[in-house]
Design a protein around this ligand. Sequence first.
Ligand code: PEP
Ligand code: MN
Length: 364
Amino acid sequence: MLVVMKAHATPEEVRAVCQKIESIGYRAHTIPGAERTAIGVTGNKGEIEPGTLDEMAGVQEVIKVTKPYKLVSRDCKQENTVITFPGTDATFGGKGLAVIAGPCSIESREQAFIIAERVHAAGAQFFRGGAYKPRTSPYSFQGMEEEGLRIMAEIRDKFGLKIVTEAIDHESLALVEEYADVIQIGARNMQNFSLLKRAGRSRKPVLLKRGMAATLEEFLMAAEYVMSEGNYNVALCERGVRTFADHTRNTLDLSIVPAVQRLSHLPILVDPSHGTGKRNKVTPLSRAAVAVGADGLIIEVHHDPDKALSDGMQSLYPEQFEELMTQVRQIAPVVGRTVPAIGIHAPAASIAAKPVGNQLGRAL
Ligand code: PEP
Ligand code: MN
C-alpha cells in the first residue's frame, strides 16, 4: 500500500501518518519526491482498512500497489534513485556512468596495487576485488578474507577509489560493511533471503547481482527484501544468465536494462566479464551495455591473467581496459551520459561511505 501525501503536507503530517502505520504493526517507508512525499507501507499481516489512513491530515490518497514488489517499483517512486559517494562525484544512477574495475580476487597486496593503479589512471572510480569467493569447487582459491579487505582499504586511502566487494554470509557481511563502500551480493546469493535482510539492515549501499536463472520479477523481489529492511541504496547488476548457448560462459541479457528501468527507479549496472566469461567479448558487450542505457560497468582487470587465481580468462589486460574507457567515452554522450575523467580522483580524505539516511532515495 502507498500513501500519497498532498503537495503541501507538512513534515508533522507525514510523521503522524508514519506513526499511525507503525502503531498498527506495519512499517512505514518515507519516500520524498520532487512534487510530494509518498509513504510505502509494508508488513506481512494482510491489508489495512484504507479508511484508517485516508482521513488523516495531509493525505491525498491511499493506493493499493498490486505488483509484488513495492518499494522497488516506480509506482512508489517515480524519480530515479541516485546513490552518491561522499568525497567524489561518483554515483550509481546519476548522469555520470559508474565504472567499477579490478581483479576477480584479491590475491596479494602487490597484485591489488598494480591493478588499482592502472584502473584508477584509466578513470575507474570504484575498485572491485573479492576477498570472499563463492567458488564452485571447495578446492579452488576461496579468497584472502579480512586481509583482502584491509588491502582494499589501503587502496581507497592511496587512490581515492571506492571499494566494492562481495559478502557471502552474515559473518563476511559484518566485515565487508566495516571496510568497504559498497556491499556486493553475488549471483549465487541473490535469493539468500536471510543475507538480503541482513544487507537491508546495513548502512552501506548494496550492489545486487542477478541470479543466474532469475526472472526479472525474482530479481526485483530480491531488491525488495533489502529495501524492506530499510536500506534504500540498492543498485542492480545484470551479469548474464544460464542458457543453452555455449559460445559464452553466460548469456548477457542486456534487454533487462530497459525492462528494469521501466518498472523500477533503482540503478542498473552491467557486468560483461561474468556475462561473457571470455576476454575477447568483454569490450564489445561493454560498449553495448553503455549504449543500452546501463548506469555503469563492472569489469574484471588483471595484469597477469594467466596466473590469476580466479576468472583470468575473462579479465582484461590493463591496456585493454584503457582502450575500453576510450571507447566508452565516445559512446556515453550519445545516450546523454558522462564518463569520469582520467585518474582525477584525489586520494581521498574520505575513508568510507557515510551512513545512509533512513529515507528512500536520500543521498548518503
Ligand atoms: C564476482 O563478481 O567476482 C562474482 C563472483 O560475480 P557473480 O556473483 O556475478 O558470479
Ligand atoms: Mn569473478
